[in-house]
Design a protein around this ligand. Structure first.
Ligand code: SF4
Length: 322
């Protein structure tokens, strides 16, 4: 197993309130596996990815939980170990390249920095020529044309698609084992989303990386992953092989989520799921989906459902299956 998350709770503190966002999340993945995490915007997907890298904002608290990457306990690891993991083992493609890239530095300076620290961690002190050569190589890996111009550009001088390719190049430099991709096509023109996805898919395959792909775009997750988790309001509701999950969803939330995905068909666009995510300041104490669930029973409002294995490849957290 390359990554396991157990009973992860993450809270955000504001002046008056505590927002209890992740509520006992669990996840397991094997080496080389491609895992998808689906759920509505605001359900805690990005918080989960940032927890794995331990790059949560300063107002966050982790009262409970365990994250194990290979043989490293991420939440207990010291800064030196975490720096090494972030430089050499786990890379992350952030949702918004414009926010993730530093606007006041040229692309070359941002790339050189990552390459330099990675090589130093490997015990090599690179010359400027070696940094330049490596930067050209990674830009060609992500199929960016006109490498020299890209290196001399500031982020605002590149198109959205080019910025995202630079982000992918940066993430791949650090992703020796695991790539985390947070909504990698959200801010990209729809006409090149498919190209970016195919690029990520090809690079992951070539390098034999394990991947966690987070998205609310169900089609993308279905196309690109082997196993999927459904996250709702900070709780894992269901987990199964991706095809099994999409063909035979068990949890009421997953069923409604899949039914509400926009499709081009004679039936038109689905109605969506009525209601909204709970208020994280005072979330329901039982099943967090209960206020929106058409099958909610009295017990659902008081008791959080445990995990039930419905078959060897499929787990669901719902009182209907206990
Ligand atoms: Fe619905 Fe109850 Fe199942 Fe939650 S536990 S999804 S409220 S039936």
């Amino acid at each position: 197993m390359i990554l396991s998350v157990e009973d992860l709770h993450v809270h955000y503190k504001s002046y008056w309130y505590t927002h209890k966002v992740l509520n006992g999340v669990w996840l397991r993945m094997n080496e080389g596996e491609r895992v998808g995490i689906i759920g509505e915007t605001g359900s805690g997907k990005t918080t989960l990815l940032k927890s794995i890298l331990k790059v949560l904002p300063q107002n966050s608290v982790i009262p409970r939980g365990q994250i194990r990457f290979r043989d490293i306990e991420i939440l207990k690891a010291d800064d030196r170990v975490l720096a090494s993991v972030r430089r050499r083992e786990i890379g992350m493609i952030f949702q918004d390249p414009m926010a993730a890239l530093n606007p006041v530095f040229k692309i070359k300076d941002q790339l050189y920095d990552i390459i330099k620290y990675k090589m130093l961690a490997d015990g090599v002190s690179p010359s400027r020529e070696e940094l330049h050569e490596e930067a050209l190589r990674v830009l060609s890996d992500v199929r960016l044309p006109d490498h020299e111009r890209v290196l001399e550009s500031y982020p605002f001088q590149l198109s959205g698609g080019m910025r995202q390719r630079v982000m992918i190049a940066m993430a791949l430099l650090s992703a020796g084992k695991l790539l985390l991709a947070d909504e990698p096509t959200t801010n990209i023109d729809v006409t090149i989303q498919d190209q970016i996805l195919r690029l990520i898919g090809r690079l992951v395959k070539e390098r034999g990386l394990s991947t966690v792909l987070v998205s609310h775009a169900l089609g993308m997750v279905r196309q690109m992953t082997d196993r999927s988790y459904v996250l709702y309001a900070g709780d894992i509701m269901e987990e199964a092989g991706t095809e099994e999950l999409f063909e035979h969803p068990k949890h009421p939330y997953t069923q409604l989520l899949i039914a509400s995905a926009p499709r081009i068909s004679e039936r038109g666009i689905g109605e969506g799921i009525k209601g909204k995510l709970p208020d994280y300041r005072s979330p329901p104490s039982g099943c967090r989906f209960a206020p929106r669930c058409p099958f909610a029973m009295e017990k659902c409002y008081n008791v959080k459902p445990g995990r039930t294995q419905v078959n060897a490849d499929h787990t669901v957290a719902c009182h209907l299956y206990e």
